[in-house]
Ligand binder design. Structure first.
Ligand code: SF4
Ligand code: SF4
Length: 330
């Protein structure tokens, strides 16, 4: 089947995550970014409010905004200040706030913070709980946040990723290295993880099985151009919702509506997004090989894509589309 070469229409961005910080108390093996305790990129409240408003104005359908990281509760004062500012500016409240619940150390504290977020317009609380997170966060904190959250917000406004693990899981920090790795691999085979960032480096090796040719003629236009979902990094870098490390533009220098229009006009001509949207990672492989990349076997097309991009980024190629740099450097 030939690669598609005609320009694909770009969907309006109607769902966006603001990554308020790259700091996180955890350093999960499954992190599709590469957040952790040593990272310190923060999104200023002023920028977050401005980009929230620009996102809402850029799409005829409006834009549902969620707050994430890193760990957005790492700076509670900034999180609640942002939610209040957005409300004061007349913006629709955050669709949800994501957390690993590390901060949920007592019932009064959880109740107080969730009430404040509720009053500031938060829709849902989304709690991460799985074997990777429980290497760093006691599962009892996730359970406490979920239980109090359901009391304060109602059950329909508390999501847990994953509920089966919340019910049956345990602290994987207590496991020895081999048993933890085996458990990770069991979870990995469920296919829920995105093979970008740290996840590609730490987890994909357990699933490596396919030659690059297995991913021939798989267009990525749905993920890059048609998903409606983007993430904004603390510095304004705009990434597709599921393709960490690919930049579609950068908020701050020009309105987000203009960035979207530029992408609509020139995506087919872009050095990274163009080939990926047309033919998936294999369409980028030739350039990487020309620059010394030696193909291996891969867990998925996204794992191959990540390794190709990491190679190109290491040579400082396509810096306007491959970023942030620290993700590729970990
Ligand atoms: S997956 Fe979430 S909790 Fe884990 S390191 Fe990344 S941002 Fe932190
Ligand atoms: S292969 Fe690359 S561009 Fe395609 S969906 Fe995966 S990360 Fe995104």
């Amino acid at each position: 089947m030939p690669h598609r070469t005609e320009p694909m229409p770009v969907k309006h961005w109607s769902r966006a995550g603001l990554l308020l910080t790259t700091w996180c108390n955890a350093a999960c093996a499954s992190c599709y970014l590469a957040c952790g305790p040593t990272r310190r990129e923060d999104m200023p409240v002023e920028s977050a409010v401005a980009w929230w408003a620009e996102l809402a104005a850029a799409s005829p359908h409006g834009c549902r905004v969620h707050l994430t990281g890193g760990e957005p509760f790492g700076d509670w004062e900034r999180l609640i200040a942002l939610c209040r500012r957005a409300r004061a500016e007349g913006l629709t409240g955050a669709e949800l706030v994501e957390t690993n619940a590390f901060w949920a150390t007592s019932e009064p504290l959880v109740r107080d913070r969730l009430r404040q977020l509720d009053q500031a317009g938060m829709g849902k609380l989304n709690i991460s709980a799985d074997p990777y997170h429980q290497q760093f966060v006691p599962i009892e904190r996730c359970r406490l946040a979920a239980r109090v959250g359901e009391e304060v917000l109602g059950p329909a406004r508390v999501q847990v990723r994953w509920r089966d693990w919340l019910d049956e899981g345990f602290d994987t920090a207590d496991l020895d290295e081999r048993r933890r790795r085996d458990l990770f691999h069991v979870y990995l085979r469920r296919g829920r993880e995105r093979m970008n960032g740290r996840a590609a480096g730490r987890l994909a090796g357990a699933l490596v099985s396919m030659e690059p040719a297995a991913f021939a003629d798989i267009s990525c236009s749905d993920s890059l151009l048609r998903s409606r979902h983007v993430h904004l990094m603390p510095d304004g870098g705009i990434m597709p919702g599921t393709c960490a490390g690919i930049l579609l533009g950068r908020a701050g220098n020009k309105p987000i509506a203009e960035i979207w229009r530029e992408l609509s006009h020139d995506h087919a001509a872009r050095a990274v997004v163009g080939p990926l949207a047309a033919g998936g990672p294999l369409a980028l492989l030739g350039e990487a090989v020309e620059h010394g990349f030696v193909p291996d076997r891969y867990a998925s097309k996204c794992h191959l894509c990540w390794e190709i991009r990491r190679h190109l980024a290491s040579l400082h190629l396509h810096g306007d589309e491959l970023g942030p740099g620290w993700m590729y450097e970990e």
